[in-house]
Write a protein that binds this ligand. Structure first.
Ligand SMILES: [Zn+2]
Length: 402
């Protein structure tokens, strides 16, 4: 799946998913019971079963422009996969489900929800990023492993619940409850690891088929923007891992895929995915006080791809209890609001990495509050208009006395 437990999880959705999963599990147990008598249970039986469930529930979208683009990109990716790993009956279906997500059920079957179509639009590179991720799950047999895990979790759950009912002491009940939770946490960990593996292999699959892995980083940003408000709110209160965690993880894996792409497609503009998109990622952000100059110093490390260094823009804005802070200084002001503009320096030997430093004097603060929150944005100057490509989570900063 593209969206995992870190994303897209309102309480209602979790409940709906749990109900749907429970229904699926029950029918799967039934299926297992019927095939147990000798016929065997494999990846393809499971894929057919799960695929049919999805189709019965949501129906397939056919004959649209999205089908044409999706199938064309899917063909590029699977043709390249078949030459490396052998042929498989690959099939892409656009499901009528309006939730923006994609899924792989194994056996070469990939589903993209109709809710994902406006996000991917006509951008072949974004389609390749989504489909490359799902095909990686398929190649690594994650759907099969996941359902085996869920079945095992279900069986263990039933056995432990029975044991709890028979338990004769409080200590026994507590130990069994701990075992039930531990079992669930372990499975979640395995499924998070599957997501990292699919992100990594997905970029390599795209690169081989002629789609620059920068499209995977761009898809991450588009999904963040599309589903961002709720998550930014959650991140603000520190209850969720940072959105950009996945971008940073992808960045670690990116180099290998990018090297493969450059080797196969020295001129990116001639590749099936075309010229790669601009990408900027805030890798770290720190604040400190410079007491002699009575200033706040912000530093950040930014990685930028496909952006001319002279067009790269990084800036900080400030909030006091959710409200923008007014500025007393012309140098640190945009439309009367306090900002940190700073300077950028390219890191020696790392052409895509920049160090940003902004100094904001306490005298620029209009109010008396010195404890504020800052939000740093990174992007590029698009004919005079800054286009933001990454936003940090809000960080608490403490200005020195004026
Ligand atoms: Zn996934």
């Amino acid at each position: 799946m593209l969206l995992t437990e870190n994303r897209c999880r309102g309480l209602t959705e979790v409940l709906l998913k749990t109900v749907r999963r429970a229904v699926l599990l029950a029918s799967l147990c039934l299926l297992l019971a019927t095939v147990a008598a000798g016929q065997g249970f494999d990846e393809y039986t499971l894929a057919t079963f799960l695929g049919n469930q999805e189709l019965q529930q949501f129906g397939a979208v056919e004959g649209t422009e999205a089908n044409t683009i999706g199938e064309s990109v899917f063909f590029d990716l699977t043709a390249s996969l078949s030459s490396s790993y052998g042929a498989k009956p690959y099939k892409l279906t656009i499901l009528g489900d309006l939730e923006p997500n994609a899924d792989s059920v194994g056996g070469g079957q990939v589903f993209v929800n109709a809710g994902m179509v406006p996000i991917l639009g006509g951008n072949r590179g974004l389609w390749a990023a989504a489909l490359g991720h799902e095909l990686s799950h398929d190649l690594l047999r994650h759907p099969y492993q996941t359902w085996v895990l869920l079945l095992r979790e279900h069986q263990t759950e039933v056995a432990l619940a029975q044991a709890q009912n028979r338990a004769t002491s409080a200590a026994q009940v507590i130990l069994l409850a701990l075992a039930r939770n531990g079992n669930r946490w372990l499975d979640l960990k395995i499924r998070r690891d599957q997501e990292s593996q699919a992100d990594r292999l997905g970029m390599v699959i795209m690169a081989r088929a002629g789609y620059n892995p920068d499209f995977a980083l761009a898809l991450n940003r588009v999904l963040t923007q599309e589903l961002g408000d709720r998550t930014r709110y959650e991140a603000f209160f520190g209850t969720h891992p940072r959105w950009a965690t996945r971008a940073l993880r992808e960045l670690k894996e990116y180099d290998e895929a990018e090297a493969e792409f450059s080797r196969l497609w020295p001129d990116a503009s001639q590749s099936p995915g075309g010229t790669p998109p601009p990408v900027a990622i805030i890798k770290s952000l720190h604040s400190s006080q410079d007491k002699p100059s009575r200033s706040l110093v912000l530093t950040a490390e930014i990685e930028a791809h496909n952006i001319d260094p002279s067009a790269l823009v990084v800036f900080a804005t400030f909030q006091d209890h959710g409200r923008a802070v007014r500025s007393e200084s012309k140098e640190n002001s945009v439309n009367g609001q306090l900002v940190g503009i700073g300077t950028l320096r390219q890191q020696t030997g790392r052409p895509r990495v920049f160090r940003w430093e902004a100094t904001v004097p306490a005298s620029a603060l209009s109010g008396g509050h010195r404890k504020l929150r800052t939000l740093v944005g990174a992007g590029f100057n698009n004919s005079g208009q800054p286009e933001v490509l990454d936003l940090s989570t809000p960080v608490e900063v403490h200005f020195p006395r004026k």
